[in-house]
Ligand binder design. Structure first.
Ligand code: TYC
Length: 104
């Protein structure tokens, strides 16, 4: 027997990961450089991204070895605020640490 009820857009979507009722999420990425200290990156991950000491060390080493790494997944405005916080703290301490975001 065929389906009588028209399908809602939420049920159909346009692909397996479509979420019409949730805001898009953005990956916040930390970039490696040769001058920022490992300790400072760990502090940034703990205080701005609320990582545990162990996770902060793991993420920092991943960025150090691979050139970049994900700090977290956030809605646009929260991602932008975290990037601004990393920028101002890094500038204040004289480090060139760069942080960016991309649509998940
Ligand atoms: N590569 C830096 C060093 O050897 C450490 C570092 C890690 C810098 C992660 C930035 O996002 C970064 N001191």
């Amino acid at each position: 027997m065929s389906e009588q009820r028209p399908q809602l857009e939420e049920e159909v979507g346009s692909g397996p990961e479509t979420r019409l009722d949730e805001p898009p999420l953005f990956k916040v990425l930390l970039l490696n450089d040769d001058y920022t200290t490992m300790d400072f990156v760990v502090e940034v991950l703990k205080h701005i991204f609320h990582k545990s000491d162990g996770d902060a060390h793991r993420i920092m080493l991943n960025v150090h070895r691979n050139g970049f790494g994900v700090c977290g997944l956030y809605p646009r405005e929260i991602a932008e605020t975290k990037i601004d916080m990393v920028d101002s703290l890094s500038r204040e301490k004289g480090f060139p640490l760069k942080c960016t975001m991309e649509r998940d």
